[in-house]
Design a protein around this ligand. Structure first.
Ligand SMILES: [Mg+2]
Length: 264
């Protein structure tokens, strides 16, 4: 009797998994708590309104927005989790690498040709964190708790770009508005764990620049690199327009897509 029950259970188990898991995910999706791998109800991938909204965001026509429009939360989650985001980032990396090849310094040069890479959602992904909170407004306390765990996944295309830039003879500076005192060691550890190695310096926000806007802080960093240290910033890569604006922005800038949040 026990053996028959065991056999029957073994046969029914796959069926239970096949039906129960999708049902559970559907319920979680309806409750806006679905796991990252589950597609949003309704797909979200071709919503005309949300596609237009995302283009406005990436083109920097939409500014100062604090939340993803309610009807586009599922769209953004689908965009980020189901391949298009990583295809778009890979295309940015390929464009940057092609340009870097054109302007690569000659062998035996002075070693002062440099690139600047941002950290959050350029090298390291915060998608797991922002997805749970339905994207949108920056919350410094919650973000610090997330970042201090040092578990942000690396963004593969940017890891490849970093190695490509190094192989072309560029110096690479990784610049982030994260606070150095509270997040310095975990950010360095996270970058290393995510496969980002070989960059020249991780530059973070210190006491001198606390409270400054992203544009002001990153301009000050680049000014130091150029005016004080003599570097030529050939390229600059970031997911926010505020990474790419201001003084000494670089000969060319490359915008990594980010429809999750806006940093002024
Ligand atoms: Mg960023």
């Amino acid at each position: 009797m026990a053996a028959r029950w065991t056999t029957t259970s073994a046969r029914l188990a796959p069926l239970a998994v096949a039906f129960v898991v999708p049902w559970l995910c559907y319920v979680l999706e309806a409750a806006e708590g679905a796991p990252w791998f589950w597609p949003p109800i309704g797909g979200g991938g071709d919503d005309p309104y949300c596609l237009t909204w995302r283009v406005m965001v990436e083109a920097n026509n939409a500014k100062g927005w604090r939340t993803v429009p309610a009807q586009c939360v599922g769209y953004v989650r689908g965009y980020m989790a189901w391949g298009q985001y990583h295809r778009d980032v890979a295309a940015v990396a390929e464009q940057a690498a092609a340009y870097a090849t054109q302007v690569a310094p000659p062998a035996g040069g002075d070693g002062l040709d440099a690139w600047v890479l941002d950290v959050d959602d350029t090298c390291l992904s915060n998608q797991p964190y922002y997805q749970v909170k339905q994207f949108g407004a920056y919350d410094p306390v919650a973000f610090r708790a997330w970042a201090s765990r040092a578990i942000c996944p690396g963004i593969p295309a940017m890891q490849w770009l970093l190695q490509t830039l190094r192989s072309r003879g560029f110096r690479v500076f990784v610049v982030t508005g994260r606070d150095e005192e509270t997040l310095g060691s975990c950010t360095a550890a996270n970058l290393a764990a995510a496969g980002f190695s070989g960059y020249d310096r991780l530059i973070m926000r210190g006491a001198l620049h606390r409270g400054q806007s992203s544009v002001a802080f990153k301009s000050a960093v680049r000014r130091q690199l150029v005016e004080e240290e003599g570097y030529r910033i050939r390229g600059n890569v970031g997911d926010q327009w505020s990474d790419l604006q201001g003084d000494y922005a670089g000969d060319r800038v490359f915008k990594v897509p980010n429809p999750m949040y806006f940093v002024p």
